[in-house]
Design a protein around this ligand. Structure first.
Ligand code: C2O
Ligand code: CU
Ligand code: CU
Length: 511
């Protein structure tokens, strides 16, 4: 079934309002609910799980240093509507089927509120996981202005819970950023990108079997999932009518496995002003933006000279990335459409200043140590492919224990054929460089022999990050100051099918 493109307007998620105001905190209650939601005018309503019954959930907009308290409530049914693989760690039949825990991605959050995968809870907190800590989460928001997102993180079923709809945008504003006169609400719009597949009756389709027939497990986890339909803010291939002026879009790749390489159909560049953890040093004109799962790009689109034009956002990233099939230009190669059809309401007073943010580069020589961390593959007992971090399982003893405020270099050595977007909770980091190494020598002798120079990241990857794309047969080095809290966190690949199946490890920041 092929859905018509550009027939529904782009929804803009509503901004959530506090349920009460404390002394120095704002208090929110958010309920996860199963609802039927229209995702395209020609589709019957689709069963989804949404925060406050919306997919994506409502957008948080907070000021830096404003503490938030959130009570996340699970009001979901007791049965999952997507296929759970009970051979996956944490998803075994002794555990309740529907478990949730909420993580603020990119947030510098105390560990008791960080949404540790084992800190799950069921409806009305009837059952809780082995690491359950607190009911009401605290978000101190002491970090600079940026675009974060919140999503489910329950061990063994994160891919299914997020696929069902449990994700939303979380924006931190601060005075410095406000003083820059960038486009503001309603011209500041989060764009949550996801791929999905549908059954004829409009329900979400998620396969219960992998493509390769080498398993007798049903349902079985897959190594990747790619939908054949692209949704923006929960609508299939929407359009947005815009005025001839500047807009700010905060693009969030909330897809399970799909990496996008975005471009505009009129060949104009995006003016990228920010990445995962805040504003870049200066705006960068980029014709193509690569966005792996969980990465964000903060961009300005200037429609001021485009009255009457129709522009689409396109995608030409292979799936799996980077060696898989190219997207179909008619389906997964398209995200959404802009129509510059509205009258200019008032003069556009927004600006794009030539400098945005002081991003001091971290120096390699200030690092206390380097950890070499393999991104590798193996086979499980059912002969399925399994992705690992440093050849270890989620349940193996903790091996990464950085000291509070120590600076470390983590060197990801990817010996698989797929890029892995590696994410560390709690911290922000910078990308030092990427360097290729000899695949044949590695496969025959097991040693890592670099070929070619260490390549510095492009300007739009030189800001603060929390997720980094580690490409096949490359070493990707990041430099990380560990803080601002001690405690138990995780690092993992953000391809959800990998994360759920062992490509995730706990780590501890110690005193
Ligand atoms: Cu986006 Cu561990 O998370
Ligand atoms: Cu995270
Ligand atoms: Cu991965």
């Amino acid at each position: 079934m092929m859905l018509k493109k550009f027939v529904d307007p782009l929804p803009v998620m509503e901004t959530i309002q506090p349920s009460s105001y404390g002394r120095n905190t704002l208090y929110f209650e958010v309920s996860m609910k199963e609802v039927m939601q229209k995702l395209h005018s020609d589709l019957p309503p689709t069963k989804i799980w949404g925060y406050n019954g919306r997919f994506p959930g409502p957008t948080f907009r907070v000021q830096r240093n404003q503490t938030l308290q959130v009570l996340w409530k699970n009001e979901l049914p007791e049965e999952h509507f997507l296929p759970i693989d009970s051979t996956v760690h944490g998803a075994n039949k002794d555990n309740p089927e529907v478990r949730t825990v909420v993580h603020l991605h990119g947030g510098a959050t105390p560990d008791t509120s960080d949404g540790y995968p084992d800190a799950w809870f069921t409806k009305d907190f009837k059952e809780v996981g082995p690491f359950f800590a607190v009911k009401v989460y605290t978000y101190p928001n002491q970090q600079p202005a940026t675009t974060l997102w919140y999503h489910d993180h329950a061990v063994g079923i994160t891919r299914l819970n997020i696929y069902a709809g449990l994700a939303g945008a979380y924006i931190i504003h601060d005075k410095k950023e406000s003083s820059l006169s960038l486009p503001q609400v309603p011209y500041d719009i989060p764009l949550v990108i996801m791929d999905r597949s549908f059954n004829k009756d409009g329900s979400l389709y998620y396969p219960s079997q992998p493509d390769s027939p080498n398993t007798y497990v049903t349902p079985s986890i897959r190594t990747n999932f790619f939908g054949d339909t692209i949704l923006n803010n929960g609508m299939v291939w929407p359009y947005l009518e815009v005025q001839p002026r500047r807009y700010r879009f905060r693009i969030i790749n909330a897809s399970n496995s799909r990496t996008y390489q975005l471009s505009l159909s009129n060949d104009n560049p995006f003016i990228q002003i920010g990445s995962d953890q805040g504003l870049l040093l200066a705006p960068v004109n980029v014709r193509k933006i690569l966005l792996a799962p969980a990465e964000r790009a903060d961009v300005i689109l200037d429609f001021s000279t485009m009255s009457g034009q129709v522009i689409t956002i396109q995608n030409d990233a292979p799936a799996p990335f980077p060696t898989g099939d190219l997207p179909d230009p008619d389906t997964t190669g398209v995200l959404m459409q802009f129509r510059v059809s509205k009258q200019l309401l008032s003069t556009d007073t927004s600006k794009i200043p030539s400098t945005l943010n002081a991003v001091a580069r971290l120096e390699e020589r200030n690092a206390y140590q380097t950890r070499n961390l393999l991104l590798n593959m193996s086979n499980d007992q059912y002969k399925r492919e399994i992705h690992l971090l440093n050849n270890q399982l989620w349940s193996d003893p903790i091996t990464e224990m950085p000291h509070l405020w120590s600076i470390e270099i983590w060197n990801f050595i990817n010996v698989t054929e797929e890029s892995h977007p590696i994410h560390l909770h709690l911290v922000r980091f910078q990308i030092l460089d990427r360097q290729r190494f000899d695949k044949e020598i590695y496969q025959t002798e097991g040693s890592v022999v670099p070929i070619g120079p260490r390549i510095k990241p492009e300007a739009n990857e030189q800001g603060w990050k929390d997720t980094v794309c580690a490409n096949p047969w490359e070493m990707t080095r990041i430099i990380v100051p560990f803080g601002p809290y001690t405690g138990l966190y995780v690092w993992h690949c953000h391809i959800l099918e990998h994360e759920d199946y062992e490509m995730m490890r706990p780590y501890v920041v110690i005193k």
